[in-house]
Design a protein around this ligand. Structure first.
Ligand code: AQP
Length: 331
């Protein structure tokens, strides 16, 4: 089984990214043929600083390695190193409806936040994401809940391509975790924890110092009641239960039961300490790995070489089916 996912090199990775996606990536290495891509071409779809992009790319690479991605057991690479992604994106635009892209909620949300320019790249972002996934004939895409609509679109694009040009692409399915698929902002628990949209005090970054993590979680917004329950009218408590369940690999009901009769403060302290213990080893490994950019570069370029071999075969097949370019020589 082939597993593929991409992650943005924008800013610092947060607990939502870690629980919703990164730890699934690590687990994927034991479940199949795992390929992970740091999507720098996606990052240029919104305002950014070129020097920051390179720095963040290394930050993200080091975070993924620190979390447990092993370049000997998976492929880790930088999207822009494999040009087949952009070529396939254009080819897939031919079977993507403009109206479908118009309906993407991420485009609506992110375009509303752009101050100077709503780029065409932001509009085409989901097609590039589809190309990323389909280039590897991916079966399963580990993502958080916010990516559900994009994976649905990827499936539609693959199905439409296959209907129009003959069976070529694998129609992938998402792997959205049962627990922790949408970690919420601690200070505004009606909003997703997010790199660009959430509050700093409500966002736990993977690289936050333990003191900062404790402070943010102990100050988490809760409701005025007293009962510890995972319910829609208790978004703050539900979020803390969800974080705890994800970290402890338990069901939410089990965590609810463990805290039955406890006070909100007890839950906050327990979650804060659990998150600190969970992230501390990642932070320590990160501090060791991050300075050696030459080594990070080596890992990314070796990954790109392996990725290119797979992606170029798919693109050649897609072009042939579409009648684009010369007829390939048959051996
Ligand atoms: N709050 C979240 N809870 C669970 N999973 C989440 N993901 C993102 N936020 C949460 C998942 O993390 C993976 C990597 O995301 P990304 O960094 O590539 O970009 P994103 O989805 O746009 O994440 P952000 O941090 O929320 O950034 P912006 O500011 O761009 O919106 C994805 O699988 C995502 O589902």
């Amino acid at each position: 089984m082939r597993i593929f996912s991409g992650i943005q090199p924008t800013g610092r990775k947060h607990l939502g990214n870690y629980i919703g996606a990164i730890r699934q990536y690590v687990a994927g290495q034991d479940r199949g043929d795992a390929i992970y891509c740091i999507v720098d071409l996606h990052a240029v779809s919104v305002a950014y600083e070129p020097a920051d992009l390179r720095r963040y790319l290394y930050d993200t690479t080091a975070i993924l390695l620190s979390a447990g991605l092993d370049p000997n057991r998976s492929i880790l690479f930088r999207q822009s190193d494999v040009q087949e992604h952009t070529e396939l994106c254009w080819l897939l635009c031919a079977v993507t409806a403009h109206g479908e892209l118009n309906r993407m909620t991420q485009f609506k949300d992110k375009s509303a936040k752009q101050k100077d320019l709503v780029s065409a790249a932001l509009f085409f972002y989901p097609v590039l994401q589809a190309a990323d996934i389909l280039a590897y004939k991916t079966n399963e895409v580990p993502v958080g809940d916010d990516q559900r609509q994009h994976i649905e679109l990827t499936r539609n694009i693959a199905e439409r391509f296959n209907e129009r040009f003959g069976d070529t692409l694998v129609v992938p399915r998402h792997n959205i975790p049962e627990v922790g698929a949408r970690i919420m902002d601690l200070a505004a628990p009606d909003q997703k924890m997010s790199t660009s949209a959430s509050t700093d005090q409500g966002t736990v970054y993977v690289l936050d110092e333990p003191k900062a993590v404790l402070k943010k979680i102990k100050s988490a917004v809760t409701d005025s009641g007293t009962e510890i329950r995972h319910a829609p009218d208790k978004p703050g408590i539900a979020n803390l239960l969800e974080i705890m369940a994800a970290i402890q690999n338990k069901k939410i009901a089990e965590v609810e039961q463990a805290f039955a009769g406890a006070r909100y403060g007890d839950l906050k302290v327990a979650v804060a300490e659990a998150v600190v213990a969970y992230l501390a080893p990642v932070r320590e490994r990160y501090l060791e790995l991050r300075p050696d950019e030459a080594r990070l570069e080596e890992i990314l370029s070796a990954g790109a070489e392996r990725a290119r071999r797979i992606a170029s075969a798919t693109v050649a097949e897609v072009k042939d089916r579409m009648g684009v370019g010369p007829k390939p020589a048959r051996s």
